[in-house]
Write a protein that binds this ligand. Structure first.
Ligand code: SAM
Length: 286
């Protein structure tokens, strides 16, 4: 449906299908016509690409993706939206809707079956109640994808895109920077959604690295150290890691020293290389 970004068309579609929004499913649909074309264009929706969309709503973004990419496979959990999508996406023969929970979908299998011979990217206006689990799943699964472009809460976007070694960073920043190069693309005001949420949003893109940084022997341990390091905000690396991981403080201090870091260093001061060096030193000591 070409004029789907028009608010009166959206209202009409929703009313005809007696659709009521589910807060629990994070249903805030985009009604600002300028946003979806930008997400699609900046999110690699173009010739040669297959796009995975997570959470279609009534298909506003799906429309823009389908116009530009070779194929779109969209995963939507709410079965009440299936008849709506059958109407709003009727003109496209390059869109497939899967009525499922993205967290329970085998994306490796989906990519192998649906996107042969294409590059693949993810584009989505994410349901905010599971932003982090979805992002971590997309990255940690090491899917053969080029980029992940998503709308997230503004605060989450700041944390996700914080450069390593800065105050805004957290454990998720370490994981994001390990697997990708993050970029904050643009802000979106709360008034661009229906119903309007009580936070502003932003669109971020993660360009997936061909190769993850060198030197990590055990990824699971590395991310455990990252989570431990940021488990208590404003504490030193030594205090956070020893208390959250239950490791003797003298051992953590030894690892800090061996990494050439000051004894009182705070986790948010570390670069990726320093995090890797510290985590490897700690791994060898325990
Ligand atoms: N893309 C649409 C838009 O921009 O208007 C809708 C975005 S809305 C923020 C999030 C969508 O994700 C909703 O349609 C919701 O039903 C769907 N959703 C929520 N949890 C999901 C899950 N676990 N798996 C797949 N879709 C989910």
């Amino acid at each position: 449906m070409d004029n789907l970004s028009n608010i009166s068309v959206i209202k009409d579609v929703l009313a005809r299908h007696n659709f009521t929004f589910s807060k629990a499913l994070g249903q805030n649909f985009l009604v600002n016509p300028s946003v979806c074309p930008k997400i699609a264009e900046m999110g690699n929706a173009k010739k040669g690409f297959g796009i995975i969309e997570i959470g279609t709503g009534i298909g506003v973004l799906t429309n823009e993706l389908a116009k530009r990419a070779d194929k779109v496979v969209a995963i939507e959990i709410d079965d009440r939206l299936m008849p709506v999508l059958a109407e709003t996406l009727a003109e496209y023969d390059n869109v497939k809707i899967i009525n499922a929970d993205v967290m329970e979908t085998d994306l490796h299998k989906l990519i192998a079956e649906e996107f042969q011979g294409m590059d693949v990217a993810v584009c989505a206006n994410l349901p905010y109640y599971i932003t982090s689990p979805i992002l971590m799943m997309l990255l940690e699964e090491r899917l053969p994808i080029k980029s992940v472009t998503v709308m997230v809460q503004k605060e989450a976007g700041t944390r996700l895109c914080a450069p390593m070694g800065t105050r805004d960073m957290g454990a998720v920043t370490v994981a994001i920077n390990y697997f990708s190069v993050p970029k904050l693309l643009f802000n979106v005001s709360r008034g661009s959604f229906m119903p309007s949420p009580n936070v502003d949003s932003c669109v971020v893109r993660f360009d997936i690295r061909d190769k993850t940084p060198e030197g990590v022997t055990d990824e699971k341990f590395f991310f455990k150290v990252a989570r431990g390091a940021f488990s208590q905000r404003r504490k030193t690396l030594s205090n956070s890691v020893s208390s959250s991981m239950g490791i003797d403080k003298s051992i953590v201090n030894q690892a800090i020293e061996q990494s050439g870091l000051p004894a009182s260093v705070r986790p948010e001061a570390l670069s990726m290389e320093q995090f890797i060096t510290f985590s490897e030193a700690l791994r060898k000591l325990i």
